[in-house]
Ligand binder design. Structure first.
Ligand SMILES: N[C@@H](CCC(=O)N[C@@H](CS)C(=O)NCC(=O)O)C(=O)O
Length: 184
């Protein structure tokens, strides 16, 4: 979102896989021990959706149009992204990581069930009648949903979802996204 809006920022690399989000200095910013965290002066904000909406308020852009129904639709898709789409992927990643650390087999049946739930969310995107979630222009709804959807190709055969795949490709081919790649 910072790259989309052209806002200046300093990225502080924090790798959760190395435990860097669980050190005292980071936990003081986010007791949940998770990235991202935005620090804007004395103001500290966690949760990617809240951060993106805050940034959108700081810097007006075509990503958020100023009418109640568009804003509500962005909220609808953003809530859906974190409560429906992201959840099965999060649990699959967690199960794989936990199994690897414990040296035990993965819960295959559990993973199958989670990936089926993930497919159901992709089917929602697949039913999209336009090029982007709110119509013909990229918006904050696409940004927030694509951030969850970009995990899908790691686990699912995307050929079953040509419309969702083409949409994801449109989102991920934005210049902002390639600039973000250098932070990971
Ligand atoms: N609901 C949070 C999820 C944040 C989240 O799960 N972050 C992961 C990386 S994508 C993390 O920092 N995990 C570290 C951990 O759980 O120790 C958001 O959208 O900001």
């Amino acid at each position: 979102m910072l790259e989309e809006l052209g806002l200046g920022f300093k990225h502080v690399a924090t790798d959760p896989a190395k435990g860097e989000s669980r050190v005292a200095e980071f936990l003081a910013l986010n007791p949940a021990g998770k990235v991202p965290v935005l620090v804007d002066g004395d103001f500290v904000l966690t949760e990617s959706i809240a951060i993106n909406h805050y940034l959108a308020d700081l810097q007006p852009s075509p990503l958020v149009t100023d009418d109640a129904q568009s804003r509500a639709k962005i909220m609808q898709w953003s809530s859906w992204a974190v409560s429906e789409m992201e959840v099965p992927f999060t649990y699959v990643i967690r199960e794989k990581r936990t199994a690897a650390i414990a040296g035990r087999p993965e819960d295959e049946a559990g993973i199958v069930s989670l990936l089926n739930a993930a497919r159901e969310t992709l089917a929602v995107i697949e039913a999209m009648p336009s090029n982007y979630l709110l119509g013909e222009a990229f918006s904050l709804a696409d940004l927030n949903v694509a951030t969850a959807a970009m995990i899908a190709p790691m686990f699912l055969d995307m050929t079953a979802f040509p419309i969702a795949s083409a949409w994801l490709e449109r989102c991920l081919s934005r210049p902002s996204w390639s600039r973000v790649a250098k932070y990971s």
